[in-house]
Design a binder for this molecule. Sequence first.
Ligand code: SME
Length: 156
Amino acid sequence: MDDRCDYDDLGKRIAALTEGETDEVALMATLACEIHHSDARFDWTGFYRVTEPGLLKIGPYQGGHGCLVIPFERGVCGAAARTGEVQLVEDVDAFPGHIACASSTRSEIVLPVTDGAGRLIAVLDIDSDRPSAFDARDAEALSAILGSVFGGRALT
Ligand code: SME
């Protein structure tokens, strides 16, 4: 039984909730909440923002404690920021340099977030206590939601 969320519904709900909003933090807080509560696989959901070249700092999130600062050289979040590519990690113990903010995490997906000019502004990190919880369908659907929210408006 595939218990993943209905991404079409989630996308429509987020579009309605964020209509006309351009503030980055307000958008990130709303997406972290809606995405986190949409799927039982998601145990930690949050944004790391690019606050200076090569550095990520924690932004709005849902779940237990999240590490505050991640340089681009480190972790799954750093890899997503450095490469600009989605990181699908089936087993965090097999990912060299994985940063364990929670010992219960088994798998993870991290997606780059860009603005309308294609500038990297953050990464979206989702952790699961289940092994191999994420796949290409999640990557595609979440990328589309991020693109429609952050790529389609002049952020403030
Ligand atoms: N695991 C991430 C760090 C953030 S926590 O998962 C919230 C990483 O390796 O970059």
